[in-house]
Every structure is written in C-alpha cells, then in structure tokens.
Write a protein that binds this ligand. Sequence first.
Ligand SMILES: C[S@@+](CC[C@H](N)C(=O)[O-])C[C@H]1O[C@@H](n2cnc3c(N)ncnc32)[C@H](O)[C@@H]1O
Length: 195
Amino acid sequence: VAEPWNVNIHYDRTIDGHVPAGVRSVLEVGCGDGFLAARLARRVPEVVALDVDAPVLERAQARFPDAPVRWTHGDALTFEGRFDAVVSNAALHHFPDTRIALRRMRALVAPGGTLVVVGLARPGWRHLPWALTGSLLTAAVGSIRGKWEHSAPIVWPPRDTVAQLRGHVGAELPGATVSLLALGRVLIRWQAPSR
Ligand SMILES: C[S@@+](CC[C@H](N)C(=O)[O-])C[C@H]1O[C@@H](n2cnc3c(N)ncnc32)[C@H](O)[C@@H]1O
C-alpha cells in the first residue's frame, strides 16, 4: 500500500536518513499517527513511540498492528529512559517551553547517541522568503500527491520564530546543527558526547 503524503510524513524519510545505521534503540517523541515509528521499526530492534494523546496512539497502533513498536502513552517531560537515538517530527512546538523540551529530549539520548528533530517555527521577517517558497512548494507537491490529513492534536501557530528556535537550540544542545528545510520545516541534529 502506498504511503499517504503530507509534510510530516514527507520528513519522516529525512529523519530516518539521519538515524545512524546499526542503532539498537529509538524513542520517538510525539508519534501521532505512527508513520515514523513504523518506518524505523523496519530496521531498529527497539522502537518506543511515545505520545501524550491516548486516542491518536490507539489509532497508530491500529494502523500498524504488525509493526514491532512499543506504543507508549506518556508525557515526554516525565518519561525516563536512554536511547541510541531520539527523534521527533512536528511535535516540539506542542511543548509549552521549548528549552525544557529540548533539555528533556537531550536527557533521553544515550552517550554518543543522536537526536534528530524536525520542527515548526514562525519565519519572522528575516525568513519570510523561505516560508513563502515553502508554502508554494508544499501546495504544489500536495496538489500532485494529495494531502492526507493527520489525526493528531494540532498546535498553531508555532510559538517560536526560527531565530528564537536557533537560540533555544544553541542554549540546550551545544554543537547542534539547525537547517531550514524546503517545505518550511526546521531540522535540528545533535550528537551526545560519548561520555
Ligand atoms: C502535530 S502532532 C505530530 C505527530 C507526528 N509526529 C507526525 O509527524 O504527524 C504532535 C504530537 O505530539 C504529541 N505531544 C504533544 N506534547 C507531548 C508530550 N509532552 N509528550 C508526548 N507527546 C506529546 C501530540 O499529542 C501530537 O500527537
């Protein structure tokens, strides 16, 4: 069955591409409908998909009944564990405080592990051309592929501008890279020091 398309699902592939080969455990923060967790479970032995919203988690589990994913109801701010990789797509702006969320995600990464986050941010004046181009591209791809409406809770608009998000990342994830993606999302990558 062909995968449906929306910007979130589009960037699942990007996140997957930044999770190193050979990792043994991955935590997805805010898994929503479950596409990224199911994708990662094809190659990662332990995948924990965490979401604070029980109904969307049930729908994810029902959509991917055979995926070896540990669907877990809980809040990332209190969840405990250590994972070779922590990933998150379109969920960071749901947290009331971005720095606290990034700090929590960082704490869940094992030494030497990887954090990959695709997030949403408001453009501010400076990144308006990027945001406009992203909207046009998204509309164009959506008209070709057809847009699938995800069923997860929505928070809109994102609280942080791109510049603010960069500041939060700089403060909480030393050495992280922040890149602007073509369809109007922001990619954050960070590697934990190996002890
Ligand atoms: C916009 S949805 C994105 C879902 C999915 N990752 C995707 O790409 O379509 C954000 C998800 O984050 C979840 N979320 C928000 N706050 C959370 C928290 N504190 N802990 C765990 N999940 C959270 C929401 O319930 C929602 O399902």
